[in-house]
Design a protein. Structure first.
Length: 146
């Protein structure tokens, strides 16, 4: 398959395509508000995958996980059944324990939803914040904040 299912990175922005399916909508074909949060999560996960990060290995080998620390969402316009959307993700801050993402969901050039998502790195053993692996931080900064 030649299409990259993880999207693309261009000018420090990750572009992830997402079609709206029936399961994303209510009976009127309007996307549920919580689905935008799911779309943003998928965009961030695919961005990490494109950067070479393997979150399952991070969990299995070091007991570390990325978790949502806080989330701010603005819903501007609705999306509908069968719309083709673009989840656009930019990294605004990369610290030892925290990543802050600015995400926008578009239909063509129409801005539908804006999210600011703060992600923390924690130990699954005790649930406490832990620094992300140095090599992860380095790759993220080099590829997303240059």
């Amino acid at each position: 398959m030649s299409d990259n299912l993880s999207g693309i990175i261009n000018d420090n922005t990750h572009y992830f395509p997402k079609r709206v399916y029936y399961s994303d909508t209510d009976a009127g074909g309007v996307v549920y508000h919580s689905r935008y949060i799911d779309m943003a999560e998928h965009g961030r996960s695919e961005l990490i995958r494109l950067l070479g990060g393997d979150q399952k290995s991070l969990l299995d080998e070091s007991g570390l996980a990325f978790v949502v620390r806080s989330l701010n969402v603005s819903y501007n316009r609705p999306a509908f059944l069968d719309d083709m959307l673009s989840v656009r993700t930019r990294l605004s801050k990369c610290e030892n324990f925290t990543l802050i993402f600015d995400q926008k969901i578009y239909r063509d050039n129409e801005l539908l939803t804006e999210l600011e998502v703060k992600i923390g790195c924690i130990s699954l053993g005790d649930g406490k914040p832990k620094p992300m692996p140095r090599e992860w931080k380095q790759v993220i900064e080099e590829k997303m904040m240059s």
